[in-house]
Write a protein that binds this ligand. Structure first.
Ligand code: AMP
Ligand code: MG
Length: 486
């Protein structure tokens, strides 16, 4: 292990020891006049980085890609992916992995610069990113982390001083992204597509060592790997559904093997409860609608399982059998996580057969009444039924009575119930209009709106008075639309 360097970097790069086909050595492009616009102090500290020196001119040069810190070994990673169902060879087209930081606790994390210019995988793209989309990723990823959802993190955003040309001219920016790794389902698809089984095995062994070392001892570690990745995704997807998060572009290259949420493009949180909710302007057929997300995760996992076939068994028929059997466990895994989460949201400590039905009934009432997803659970938590527009409807009254009766069949006190609910129902989520408002101001040079929003989102289960300003959905009647972060 290397000793600590300037800014607290403590790089130890393992990905670069994989076969060369998995990456291309690539330096970030030069940013003409970098300027730091947001910096995540607590994250920097937890990574063992020196927040003060990283914000100095020399430090900002590192965050902009202009200075390669000692111990870093910049690469662009190769990967493939099914984008909206279609297979394509991809790779980091606008990102560079600086290296892997070893944190003071001995954890290994990727430090990636996103928006740092062209790489050998850029295809027709410019490798750049606009300030708005990078700040959006910063806000939403940090909000997800605060909600307790596994995610990549955001360390900093710098503006580069170079314009980015899209439909309009944007200010160029670089986001420093922190992830337990950037190994994707698409990385395995890339390895499988090359048809070099030894390289595929090397990638699988590397992934096991880095993320699931406990499976190395299993009789068939690759089946166990598939199983563990499925469990992580089942848990992650349940967490998304429970808070109403819509990823927006669940392509296989945007699904991390670690189980972290990755690649915040057209993502957004649902306001009105409706499984058909889609925000992304490019998702015309609703492939990645809220209600489809668990099924898409399963589809992506099937693509992952396919890549592992040569490792699952020498006999290809048998390998398919193993993969199919393993994958068939996903629906139950997901449902168990989801139901456990919903029980928490409704203050249920024990289990009854009819609990899933109780939840489904509530969701149906919410859908019928176009109820706000987050605020419905918030009002139930606060016992503030009058805040619910549907509170006087017979169907809600009936549902509420059955919920109260259910609560009375468990021994826990009302205060214990309310505490469990507070811990599981966020008081505040990044509302779309609030995010837009913060980004609009930031793009005009006023970062105070975003800073206040980030403060409100830092402890989403705190139920503070300050958060109340952020709980309303937009009053606009036009549906919210998001655009890809490119
Ligand atoms: P994303 O939609 O961000 O997940 O990106 C999908 C693929 O397109 C990845 O391989 C990206 O690296 C690549 N990509 C996205 N934007 C750009 C860009 N501006 N220049 C080059 N490649 C890009
Ligand atoms: Mg991506």
């Amino acid at each position: 292990m290397t000793e600590s360097k300037e800014f607290g970097w403590h790089f130890n790069n393992s990905y670069i020891r994989l076969p060369e086909a998995f990456y291309a050595k690539t330096d970030p492009e030069v940013a003409p006049s970098p300027e730091l616009v947001i910096f995540n102090h607590p994250l920097a500290e937890s990574l063992g980085l020196d927040a003060k020196s990283l914000q100095s001119e020399r430090g900002v040069d590192v965050l902009a890609g202009n200075r390669i810190p000692e111990g870093a070994a910049p690469i662009a990673q190769a990967y493939a992916g099914h984008q909206f169902g279609h297979f394509t060879m991809l790779g980091d087209g606008r990102a560079v992995l600086l290296g892997e930081q070893i944190t003071p606790e001995g954890k290994r994390v990727d430090i990636q610069l996103k928006g740092s210019g062209r790489t050998p995988f850029s295809r027709g793209g410019d490798g750049r990113a606009g300030l708005g989309p990078m700040l959006r990723e910063f806000i939403i990823s940090e909000a997800m982390h605060a909600l307790g959802i596994p995610t990549t993190r955001s360390l900093a955003v710098v503006v580069t001083g170079a314009p980015v040309y899209r439909e309009e001219t944007l200010e160029g920016a670089v986001l420093t992204r922190v992830a337990t790794s950037h190994i994707r389902v698409g990385t395995f698809q890339y390895a499988a597509a090359r048809q070099v089984v030894e390289d595929l095995r090397t990638l699988a062994d590397y992934t096991i060592e880095r993320h699931y070392p406990e499976v190395a001892k299993e009789p068939n570690p690759y089946v166990a790997l598939l199983q563990r990745v499925m469990e992580k995704q089942a848990s992650l997807l349940a967490k998304w559904q429970l808070v109403g998060f819509i990823h927006g572009v669940m392509n296989t290259d945007n699904m991390a093997i670690s189980g972290e949420t990755i690649d915040y493009g057209p993502c957004a949180f649902m306001d009105t409860y409706d499984p058909a909710t889609v925000f992304s302007s490019i998702d015309r057929e609703g492939r990645y609608a809220y209600g489809n997300q668990p099924g898409i995760a399963e589809w992506n996992l099937a693509r992952f399982a396919e890549t592992l076939l040569p490792l699952l068994d020498e006999d290809s028929e048998k390998a398919i059998e193993i993969a199919t059997k393993t994958l068939s466990g996903f629906a139950k895994m997901y449902h168990d996580h989801w139901l456990a989460g919903m029980r928490n949201k409704l203050g249920l400590f024990n289990e009854e057969q009819q609990d899933a039905q109780l939840v489904k009934d509530l969701l149906k009432v919410m859908k019928n009444n176009q109820a706000d997803y987050t605020n419905t659970f918030r009002s139930l938590t606060m016992d503030d039924l009058n805040a619910l527009p549907m509170c006087k409807t017979p169907e809600f009254i009936e549902w509420h009575a059955s919920w109260i009766a259910r609560l009375e069949r468990q021994p826990e006190s009302d205060s214990a119930v309310k505490q469990l609910m507070r811990e599981n129902n966020p008081s505040v989520i990044p509302r779309n209009h609030r995010v837009e408002e913060a980004l609009d101001a930031a793009i005009k040079g006023d970062f105070s709106v975003m800073e206040k929003l980030l403060d409100a989102l830092e402890n989403p289960y705190a139920y503070t008075a300050e958060q109340e300003k952020y709980i309303s959905p937009s009053e606009s009647t036009t549906p919210y639309r998001t655009f890809c972060g490119t």
